[in-house]
Design a protein around this ligand. Structure first.
Ligand SMILES: Cc1ncc(COP(=O)(O)O)c(C=O)c1O
Length: 364
C-alpha cells in the first residue's frame, strides 16, 4: 500500500481520494524544449474495477504501478486509450475541447475489447480534479497544452484467454508544445493494413498502434514519414494517415472517408467537417480512391492532403509515394489546412467565439 502523506475528500458525491505529491517536479522541466509525451505531471488518476464495479477513483503522485506478470493486458492486449488536451487562456481559465467525445469513444473502445464501461461522473470529476491539481503544468500561450492520456488495462492475473475481471482506468498528463513535425511525405499502402472489416480499427485499442510500427518503419526506410492506410481487402480506398484521419482537397472540394469499423471517428475530423460547412467549403464524405487522387495529381487539381488529429491538430502532407513513384504537392497559399488549424485552435484557446459549444470550462 502506498502511504498517504495527505488525503482529503474532495467531493462526497464522487468520493475521490486525493493524495498530493509532497514536492513538485515542475521546476526541473524545460517547457521551451518539450519532446512530445516524455514528461508527466505530478499527479495521475487511478481507478480499479473489481467484483463487478468501478471503485472510487484515486488521484495520487505520478509513479509506478505494480502488476503480476500474468496480468491479462500483457498477454491478450486488453488495452484501450484516449488522447485529449487541456488549454489555458489569458485569464488562467482551463479549457477542454469536446471531452464528451473522448469519454464516449473510450467506452466504445472498451466495449469492443470486452472491458467494462467507465462511469461518466468518475471520468469528468476525476479529470477536472487532476487538472486543477496540476494546473501549473498547463502553460498559457497559443500552441501550449497539456496532453491527457486516459487508458484502461486488464489487470487480472492469469493466462487463460478470456476477458479479465479486474481492470485499471488511469489518466496521466504530459505538457506539450505545438510541434512542427517537419515535412511529411506518406507512402500509400499497397500491402499492409491498419484495420480489417469487423476488426478493432474504430477502437483506440493499443494493439492497433503496435501493429503499425513495423510497416511504418519500412516506409521510413524508403524515405517516407508515415503511411496512408488503404482498405484491407482491395487497397483501392484511402482511409487514414498514420494515426490521423486524412483529408484531400481536389480543386476546392474537401474529401474524406466516412467512418466505419476500420476508421477511428476522430474528434478533429468531425470538427473540420463542421467548420467546412460553416465556412461554405464544399466537403464530401465518401470513399476516396487512390485512382482519383492520382488522376487529380496528374491533372494538377490535387491541391492538398492533410492529416487531422488531437496531437498535431492538422498535419500538412507535402508528397506521397505509390507503386514506386513519388509525387509532390504544389504547396499553396491560403490552404484549407492552415485555415482549419487556425479556426480550431482559436476555439480551443478561447480566442474566438465557439458557435458549436465545443469548449468545456474546467470549473474552479
Ligand atoms: C488511428 C487514428 N485516427 C485518427 C485519430 C484522430 O482522432 P482525434 O481527432 O480524435 O484525435 C487518431 C488520434 O487520436 C488515431 O489514433
Amino acid at each position: 500500500m502506498q502511504s498517504k502523506p495527505f488525503t482529503m475528500k474532495q467531493d462526497p458525491s464522487t468520493d475521490i481520494d486525493i493524495v498530493k505529491a509532497t514536492s513538485s517536479k515542475i521546476e526541473s522541466v524545460d517547457f521551451e524544449n518539450l519532446k512530445f509525451g516524455h514528461i508527466f505531471t505530478d499527479h495521475m488518476m487511478e481507478c480499479d474495477y473489481e467484483d463487478g464495479a468501478w471503485k472510487a477513483p484515486v488521484i495520487r503522485p505520478y509513479g509506478n504501478i505494480s502488476l503480476e506478470p500474468s496480468a491479462k493486458v500483457f498477454h491478450y492486449g486488453q488495452a484501450v486509450f484516449e488522447g485529449m488536451k487541456a488549454y489555458k487562456d489569458e485569464d488562467d481559465k482551463i479549457w477542454l475541447f469536446r471531452p464528451d467525445e473522448n469519454f464516449r469513444r473510450i467506452n466504445l473502445s472498451s466495449k469492443r475489447l470486452a472491458i467494462p464501461e467507465f462511469p461518466e461522473e468518475y471520468f469528468f470529476s476525476s479529470l477536472e480534479e487532476l487538472l486543477k491539481l496540476d494546473r501549473e503544468w498547463i502553460k498559457k500561450g497559443f500552441g501550449n497544452s497539456l496532453y491527457i492520456r486516459p487508458f484502461v488495462i486488464a489487470t487480472e492475473a492469469g493466462v487463460q484467454a478470456s476477458p479479465g475481471n479486474k481492470y485499471k482506468f488511469m489518466i496521466i498528463c504530459s505538457p506539450a508544445k505545438s510541434y512542427y513535425t517537419g515535412e511529411v511525405r506518406v507512402q500509400i499502402s499497397e500491402k499492409y493494413s491498419r484495420a480489417a472489416d469487423g476488426g478493432v480499427g474504430a477502437a483506440k485499442a493499443a494493439g492497433n498502434y503496435g501493429a503499425q510500427f513495423y510497416p511504418t518503419n519500412l516506409a521510413k526506410e524508403s524515405g517516407f514519414q508515415q503511411i496512408i492506410w488503404t482498405d484491407a481487402s482491395t487497397h483501392d480506398f484511402l482511409e487514414e494517415a498514420g494515426t490521423m484521419n486524412v483529408f484531400f482537397r481536389i480543386n476546392d472540394t474537401l474529401l474524406t472517408a466516412p467512418v466505419n469499423d476500420r476508421i477511428l471517428d476522430g474528434v478533429t475530423r468531425k470538427s473540420i467537417l463542421a467548420l467546412a460547412e460553416k465556412n461554405g467549403i464544399n466537403a464530401e464524405v465518401r470513399r476516396v480512391t487512390v485512382k482519383e487522387v492520382l488522376e487529380a495529381q496528374q491533372q494538377g487539381t490535387l491541391k492538398e492532403i492533410f492529416g487531422a488529429g488531437t496531437a498535431a491538430v492538422i498535419n500538412p502532407i507535402q508528397g506521397f509515394g505509390y507503386k514506386g513513384e513519388r509525387y509532390e504537392l504544389p504547396g499553396i497559399e491560403n490552404s484549407y489546412a492552415s485555415l482549419f488549424k487556425d479556426k480550431l485552435m482559436k476555439i480551443q484557446y478561447n480566442l474566438a467565439e465557439d458557435p458549436f459549444g465545443w469548449r468545456y470550462l474546467v470549473k474552479e
